[in-house]
Design a protein. Sequence first.
Length: 84
Amino acid sequence: MPSLLSAVPILIVLTLCYALLCAASPYGTCRKCEGWGHAIVRARRSGRLKRGRQCRRCSGYGTRLRVGRRVYNGVTRLHDNGTR
């Protein structure tokens, strides 16, 4: 069983990798519409695909702000408000 001391460097590396991901690409695909921005529905009996309603979670953009970037923005905003 690995000790806590050997797990700490792994957690630090994973955290830094996620921070770099959030800095490089702050937006990820929406999980509800899978990046489409709307629902896909079948129209009539022909089987043709038709654009459905706009996704409520991402407002039709197909992207969402990552949790790490949201935390970073909040900390930055707090620091800016505290140093005025």
